[in-house]
Design a protein around this ligand. Structure first.
Ligand code: MLT
Ligand code: MN
Ligand code: ZN
Length: 299
């Protein structure tokens, strides 16, 4: 299985257009240790011809330009992107659909809940139903995608999309709003989980024996955004798990047997983004890599 990281950053990307946090300042100052990353998305393929893209990032046009594997081939209209899978309804995960509206046959897979969130926004009707097949799949149902890979969505602790939050938002519930994906093919098992609020026993059992895990690396510390003065929310309140700390992903997922562990969906505030940062060293010493745009993984 070929895996291509199209975008490694969380919503807003790195740098974020309006941010002067310590990381973004380094980027704006031209420091070579601060390399830009686009908003999270990963592509999977068995043959290199047909790809399953998980997450339609608002940066998808540039991501396609930057990755020759996704350039159109042959005559007239074509794309190697055969299917798109959606794991939540956040803007950084679905906004790129509006870039893919040019009468192209595509399969758009997601839970009923995420499909309903899209259907409730008439702007997405720009995706012509004569070409774009919207496919609602049940949790735990393993389906064959148009890219030839099998896909199974499963609930992870999460919440509704940010733009759907009301006064009392439940954090960490299990449902269809925030899901992880198992991608299977060629005898390999890869997981993509860009949003997850907790490392539970059920998640550990699910991941055990995986060849690859691409996992929510939004924040280094749970209170990182608050300490940096960037906002009032903890990572947990945003539906994400920190990397570090007793409740974090490094400790929480340590006991699962996983071939390769890669953090993705990394917020611009997270110090691991900076080459040479001590926090990057801690994550790497624990067996994790930090995703970059254009990273290729062969399974
Ligand atoms: C998140 O992952 O927390 C969301 O992408 C937030 C957002 O939509 O900006
Ligand atoms: Mn996000
Ligand atoms: Zn920033």
């Amino acid at each position: 299985m070929h895996v291509l990281i199209l975008g490694a950053a969380a919503g807003g990307g790195f740098p974020q257009w309006n941010c002067r946090c310590p990381n973004c300042r380094l980027y704006w100052a031209g420091d070579p240790r601060a390399r830009a990353r686009s908003q999270a998305s990963a592509a999977f393929s068995l043959d290199g011809e047909k790809w399953l893209v998980l997450g339609a990032s608002p940066d998808i046009r540039q991501q396609i330009l930057d990755n020759p594997a996704l350039h159109p081939r042959g005559a007239d209209r074509h794309t190697p992107i055969a299917a798109i899978g959606l794991l939540n309804g956040d803007i950084d995960h679905v906004g790129g659909l509006l870039t893919l509206r040019e009468r192209q046959a595509l399969e758009l897979i997601g839970t009923q809940t995420t499909q309903e969130a899209l259907a409730a926004s008439p702007i997405f009707s720009a995706l012509n139903p004569d070409f774009v097949l919207r496919r609602a799949v049940a949790l735990e149902e393993s389906v064959e995608t148009a890219a030839g890979l099998m896909l199974r969505l499963f609930a992870v602790p999460g919440k509704v999309p940010l733009w759907q939050e009301g006064q009392d938002v439940e954090i960490g519930g299990l449902g269809e709003a925030t899901v992880g994906a198992l991608i299977e093919g060629g005898g390999r098992r890869a997981y993509y989980i860009p949003s997850c609020a907790a490392a539970t026993e059920a998640l550990l059992a699910e991941l055990d024996g995986a060849d690859l895990l691409l996992f929510d690396g939004t924040c280094w510390e749970d209170d990182e955004m608050i300490r940096l003065g960037l906002g009032p929310k903890t990572a947990h309140r945003m539906g994400h798990l920190s990397m570090n700390g007793p409740q974090g992903a490094i400790v929480g997922l340590a006991s699962a047997r996983i071939g390769q562990r890669v953090f993705i969906h990394i917020n611009n505030s997270n110090p691991v983004l900076i080459d040479g940062a001590p926090e990057r060293g801690v994550a790497e010493a624990a067996g994790w890599r930090i995703a970059e745009d254009g990273m290729e993984i062969e399974l």
